[in-house]
Design a protein around this ligand. Sequence first.
Ligand SMILES: [Zn+2]
Length: 259
Amino acid sequence: MLNREQYLLTKAAEECSEISQILMSALKTQQFGMRENKPEEPTNKERVHAEINDLMALIDMLNEECNLNYNRHDPWNAEQIAKKKERVNHWYNYSVPIGRVEKPEEPVVAVALTGGGDPSDPSYKELREDGQQKEYLVLAEEEIKKGFVRPVRSTYIHTGERPKYPLRDLTDEEQERYKFEGYTKYETYPESESPACGRYWSFKQLQSGCGHSTTMGKKLSETYARDPKFYGATYCSNCGTHFPVREFTWEGTDEKVGS
Ligand SMILES: [Zn+2]
């Protein structure tokens, strides 16, 4: 006989299979938003939302009752999600040239390397002794010429990441649950940030940022000005290593790099 945890896991697996079915049906009809034939019937989008909600209900129950402790906004989870997106795009970019996937209508942006090397050779990412890459990927001149969406700024400060909202101490139960993650505080988000309800912070995250400034070359600065989200991480010359862009602020502003 199933115990409670096994029962919830079975239900969650059923929901995953239902999500898979509705996604396959959306794939066949190539519809996510458009009304299907009968206006009184839910659209594929509405069906997918309903199935995701069913799965979320099970995840909540597994969180609450079975110590699953899943919160997509925990920094580790958020990072894993970002990495998965990168992997999906990585393989997508391989599939287009070999004709397995349709060419996107939007042209893929043209890129170049700071030192003029070949951007398809990944060895540009190798680190030099000072912790910088051999070369950096930048937008090609033709892309830069399309115009800036932010001012061209070349200096940022390693300000670190700080909470926006008040922090509270962890409960005894949370301390026990997150002892390996090193979380020490919880930031509770206001209603306006819903559906995210808050995030945990470790002492290290609360101390992040050395306060020093780093100045980039023209090509990198212009790439940020053309596409503020082009880079996920950037270099601090004082720390001698790369950190997520959210740890940096443009000099003389309180604007986050990457926003
Ligand atoms: Zn630093």
